[in-house]
Ligand binder design. Structure first.
Ligand code: ADP
Length: 433
């Protein structure tokens, strides 16, 4: 032990000095003792200073050669390192928990019992349009002034969530909120943006209503004729009348068949995100669409064809066939007799490929253009029905385009005609060199 070593040194010098005094009657020994004491004390002082300097930054390596301090410094350093390690682990756990909370898909806001905002995650920031630098410390009730939310906060227990319709930064939103008390007098506000889900639900409801409506019309006509035929006295209907009724019933049955076929196509398209990547020879596919269009036209239109023969695609044959035929038959249906329809299939300088159908037909007013590819959207329902349309053709075409990484582009002027194009990304295009 260092204190016993120091004591031994003092004893040694003391005995030496006492012996010198006794033998030679001289005080040189005491001078030596005093000198030795001075040197030892100065050395100890110097070591203590080094320890004190280290103690201000104990994370640095401890000083070596500090004599009696060495054991204490070593155990202090070990203890501090243990603590630093524990702190680092704690920090890492804390960081992991905070990043998990930040990444949560639902919003979380921590509040004091007086609803002062202490922290919030990214989802809450997006949903409630909070600003990290300004809104921490703000009272949430000053930011969300909905009377329903204020009433909700006044409850003593929050077992059910509340759904608020808010207009935040000009956006109408539907947000589900729930308060959860935790720790001592702290509150956690959980938020979930339901706007998208509600929109989907509305779309689904509209779709069901549209399908029912579209089916009901031909069914009503069918059952009306059937009733007339069943209830008419024997021989009351002439063979011509019966034939006429059957013809009309057949038309309605065909209409329902077309509707069901389009609905099945749509539902098949929705089951997967991306189309196959089979090699599709486009020239024969366009040729088959051409035959259908020419039959439908019955020689009433002038067709112009500009087809690049070796330009092919990676995709799904049935889907592509349905999309290109849809655009072509629409052009025939919405173009008056004697006018022209031009079909082009060509590569573009950027490596993409464009299929376009241009007609000089009735055209479409600009306000309808953004909604044309919605299901059951028609500019003129009566005209569409009379021409055998279902209102689903462009919805199907748009779906096929999306699944083939293509864009459906529509240019049209009322009374002047339209150009419907499908532009396929270079990644889907195969061109014989
Ligand atoms: P529909 O079966 O009614 O034709 P689509 O989805 O194919 O349904 O088309 C939606 C609407 O777009 C049509 O009702 C029609 O009003 C308009 N439209 C489509 N193609 C053309 C075209 N070539 N010229 C003018 N209007 C068109």
């Amino acid at each position: 032990m260092s204190w016993s070593r120091t004591l031994l040194w003092f004893l040694f010098w003391f005995i030496l000095a006492a012996t010198a005094q006794y033998c030679w009657d001289t005080s040189a020994g005491w001078i030596l003792v005093t000198l030795a004491c001075g040197i030892i004390l100065t050395l100890r002082r110097h070591q203590a200073n080094r320890v004190a300097v280290w103690a201000t930054h104990p994370e640095a390596d401890p000083p070596a050669g500090v004599g009696q301090w060495e054991d204490m410094v070593a155990s202090l350093y070990k203890h501090l390192r243990g603590q630093a390690m524990a702190l680092r682990n704690l920090q890492q756990t804390n960081d992991a928990v905070m990043s998990a909370a930040q990444a949560l898909p639902i919003g979380a806001v921590t509040l004091t019992k007086d609803f002062q905002i202490r922290w919030f995650n990214e989802a809450a920031k997006r949903t409630l349009h909070l600003k990290s630098d300004q809104d921490i410390g703000q009272n949430l009730l000053n930011l969300l002034r909905s009377p329903l939310f204020v009433a909700y906060t006044k409850q003593t227990r929050w077992q059910e969530p509340v759904i608020l319709k808010l207009s935040l930064e000009g956006k109408n939103q539907s947000i589900m909120m729930r308060l959860v008390p935790y720790a001592d007098d702290q509150l956690l506000l959980i938020t979930r943006d339901l706007t998208h889900i509600e929109k989907l639900e509305t779309t689904r409801r509209d779709f069901v209503a549209n399908v029912s409506h579209e089916m009901r019309t031909p069914l009503t006509v069918l059952s009306g004729f059937l009733e007339t035929m069943l209830e008419a006295p024997k021989d009351a209907l002439s063979p011509e009348q019966t034939h006429q009724y059957l013809k009309l019933m057949h038309e309605q049955a065909l209409r329902m068949e077309a509707l069901v076929a389009d609905l099945l196509t749509l539902s098949a398209l929705e089951t997967s995100l991306s189309a196959d990547r089979d090699t599709i020879q486009m020239a024969p596919l366009i040729e088959s669409a051409r035959q259908q269009a020419e039959i439908l036209s019955g020689g009433r239109h002038n067709f112009n064809w500009a087809i690049e023969p070796d330009l092919n695609l990676l995709g799904n044959q049935t889907e592509l066939g349905s999309a290109i035929t849809n655009l072509l038959t629409n052009a025939v249906r919405y173009t008056p007799d004697g006018q022209s329809i031009t079909v082009q299939w060509c590569s573009q300088p950027d490596g993409s490929a464009r299929y376009s159908v241009t007609d000089t037909g009735i055209g479409i007013a600009s306000e309808h253009l953004p909604r044309l590819s919605e299901r059951f959207y028609t500019v003129d329902r009566g005209r569409s029905r009379a021409l055998g349309g279902t209102g689903l053709g462009l919805a199907i075409t748009k779906h096929v385009a999306m699944r083939h990484d293509a864009q459906l582009d529509i240019q049209s002027k009322l009374g002047q005609g339209s150009t419907f194009s499908l532009v396929f990304a270079p990644d889907r295009v195969l061109k014989a060199s």
